[in-house]
Design a protein around this ligand. Structure first.
Ligand code: MIC
Ligand code: SF4
Length: 645
């Protein structure tokens, strides 16, 4: 039977199950990577499982998010991660080496392999033909312990690209924004996007990686490109030719859906506040004043992009009213722009150069002023994520951003008088692994794990009770993000290793009374809409509510990673049989669900009684066998510990 690329990789890694859409498959994983903001929990959980050494071919611990060291907490986390990597057998990418996805693409990504990363933008690696999936920290810890990774097999959509980009004005960023415009932030839920067609062949690996990176914003499980001669070129230039294999779909391969995009018709696009799918053409925004421009991050940090930006800035000055911030994604790219003079052009134009870290993308510095317009090459523009609640954040390509930095407004780049050069990828990248520390040799390691005072144990939930009798704590609309549930930013991120402390911030950006209500009621139930928990992989958006006593979330539908995180921490995700019931529920209503253990065990729907209003409604617990087992015992940690002890 002819196979598509996704099926080929799944087949070659299958431990159990059948690769049919919706059916659980267990997969052998080739690489697991963590980043610091989610990694401390992942490694604490790995330690709590009680296994001595990682049991996957490659594990890498990156430090890139919590880079502002305004106190001891973030550097203590870095020291913990470094010691845990050495002790348990992972590579450690030191602070300053770059953003996990960009560095992983350069140093570890390989076609035909499977990677998990504790970050939703792990699919960036799909640019090389790797099946790379974002997961919560506990899922990563359990797989590093040697378990297969279980996934409900997604449906595979082919995005068939034809034509050529109108380079240099139109970039890969514009392509993914166009796709987001068409499909929305829910369009990829339960799907993998496989790219193909002669248009795909015209894109280089870094352009492909921009597209697969932002597939996360579609809600997709992952996105992947074929591995072809462009992939070989990239791997060869990175000194990793031996990692290359050819990977293409068989003639006659089947897909659940096919979407056609002619690259030659794509225009410069921008996502308006406050959602990555709120996309219009840059032409429509022309003339709008811009106060801040941010270039870099994990979405658009290739050498080619940075060099193009520098050529636009060269010999000019950033507009008077504009702050231009640049955070290149890796030290390799930084080094290259330093060597070829691009960095001087940026500095001379007035750019503020940041270190290679997530920075302003996650509100770690670089917050815009009140009500300001910020245009960024990043992937998320959720309200308040920049650190400024009333800022208006737009997402656009490096070209659109560089031009906006000079003109102080959105401009039609085709009409801009600027001479924008096309930049090719280098034949050879400067490869230097001196900032990646290998693990201590052997399987019996002695490194002491270093834990600062802010690093607290992971809380564990009790097994599921047979009756939930609890208040509605909050009623929410559609597309609630994990940034809404568990904000990030420089004030909150340092508490990622301290669940009691971080739980004080749950929903703080959208409902300041939530935590007090939850504490007073000793827990409760959350009511969500469609696509509840979209966005990041941060398991703190499940762990902290669990710590506050949240027992269930009832929603119309859930985003994949967040749903897994809820289950991993013993919070029951229930789906309304009739979504219109949500409108009848109010904060403070007492909901009673009886006989839940039995309903979960036999996969039945359950009746929820609204004891305050005197009506009942039905919810579905659409859990698979493994998920049922996890929920019943209180989550993945007690489940795994029971199995390994
Ligand atoms: C993000 O882009 O939202 C983050 C910060 O990288 C998150 C991870 C986190 O919250 O630590 C993600 O994408 O998963
Ligand atoms: Fe970092 Fe932003 Fe990329 Fe998340 S999206 S990994 S915060 S650069």
């Amino acid at each position: 039977m002819p196979l598509n690329i996704v099926e080929k990789i799944i087949q070659s890694h299958l431990v159990y199950g059948q690769p049919k859409a919706g059916v659980p498959v267990g997969l052998k994983v080739d690489e697991v990577y963590t980043q610091d903001a989610t990694g401390t929990m992942a490694w604490l959980q790995f330690e709590a499982i009680g296994i001595d050494t990682v049991n996957v071919p490659v594990a890498v611990s990156y430090v890139d998010h919590n880079m502002i060291q305004s106190g001891y907490m973030n550097p203590d986390d870095h020291a913990f991660l470094q010691s845990a990597a050495r002790r348990f057998g992972a590579y450690f990418s030191r602070p300053g080496n770059g953003i996990c996805h960009q560095v992983n693409l350069e140093r570890f990504a390989a076609p035909g392999k499977i990677a998990l990363g504790t970050d939703s933008h792990t699919p960036t690696n799909g640019g090389t033909g790797m099946l790379a999936i974002g997961v919560g920290g506990l899922d990563a810890a359990v797989v590093m312990g040697g378990a297969p990774f279980e996934l409900n097999m997604p449906a595979v959509t082919l995005i068939r690209l034809s034509g050529q980009l109108r380079r240099p004005y139109v970039t890969a960023m514009d392509v993914i924004l166009e796709i987001l415009k068409r499909l929305t932030v829910k369009g990829g839920v339960g799907r993998i996007f496989e790219y193909g067609g002669e248009g795909a062949a015209s894109l280089d690996v870094t352009e492909r990686a921009t597209i697969t990176n932002m597939g996360a914003e579609l809600g997709a499980t992952t996105s992947i490109f074929p591995s072809d001669k462009r992939t070989l070129e990239f791997l060869k230039a990175q000194g990793r030719e031996s990692d290359w294999i050819e990977l293409k779909a068989d003639d006659g391969a089947q897909y659940a859906q096919v979407i056609d995009i002619d690259l030659s018709t794509v225009e410069p696009m921008a996502a308006r506040p406050h959602s990555p799918d709120n996309v219009v053409t840059v032409r429509e925004l022309a003339g709008m004043k811009v106060d801040q421009v941010c270039i870099g991050g994990c979405t658009n940090s290739s050498y080619q992009s940075m060099r193009a930006v520098a050529s636009i800035l060269k010999g000019k000055t950033v507009a008077e009213g504009v702050n231009l911030l640049i955070n290149p994604g890796s030290r390799q790219v930084y080094e290259m722009i330093a060597r070829d003079g691009s960095l001087i052009a940026m500095l001379a134009a007035g750019a503020r150069l940041l270190e290679t870290s997530c920075g302003p993308c996650i509100g770690m510095g670089g917050a815009p002023g009140s009500g300001q317009v910020s245009v960024r090459t990043f992937n998320r523009n959720f309200e308040g994520r920049s650190g400024t609640k009333d800022a208006k954040v737009f997402l656009a390509s490096p070209i659109t951003c560089a031009v906006a930095a000079l003109t102080g407004e959105f401009s039609d780049v085709f009409k801009s008088a600027l001479n924008i050069p096309a930049v090719e990828g280098p034949e050879e990248y400067p490869v230097c692994n001196n900032m990646i520390i290998p693990p201590e040799a052997g399987n019996v390691r002695t490194t002491q794990i270093v834990k600062g005072p802010n690093i607290k144990d992971v809380p564990v939930k009790a097994p599921l009770s047979d009756e939930i009798n609890a208040e509605v704590l909050i009623v929410l609309g559609n597309n609630i993000t994990t940034d809404d549930i568990m904000p990030a930013g420089s004030k909150v991120l340092p508490f990622r290793s301290n669940i009691p402390a971080i739980s004080e911030f749950v929903f703080s950006n959208i409902d300041a009374g939530f935590v007090k209500r939850a504490q007073d009621a000793a827990g409760g139930i959350i009511i969500g809409g469609e696509n509840y928990g979209q966005g990041s992989s941060r398991e703190h958006a499940a762990l902290a509510p669990m710590y506050l006593g949240v027992q269930a979330v009832i929603a119309r539908s859930f985003a994949r990673i967040h749903r897994s995180n809820l289950i991993n921490f013993g919070i029951l995700p229930l789906v309304f049989e009739d979504g219109s019931v949500a409108a009848k529920l109010k904060v403070g209503d007492r909901l009673v669900i009886k006989g839940i253990r039995e309903a979960v065990k036999i996969g039945q729907s359950c009746t929820v009684e609204n004891a305050t209003k005197g009506f009942t409604f039905t919810c579905v617990s659409d859990l698979n066998d493994r998920e049922r087992d996890l929920i019943l015992v209180g989550g993945l940690l007690p489940f795994t510990k029971a199995k390994t002890s």
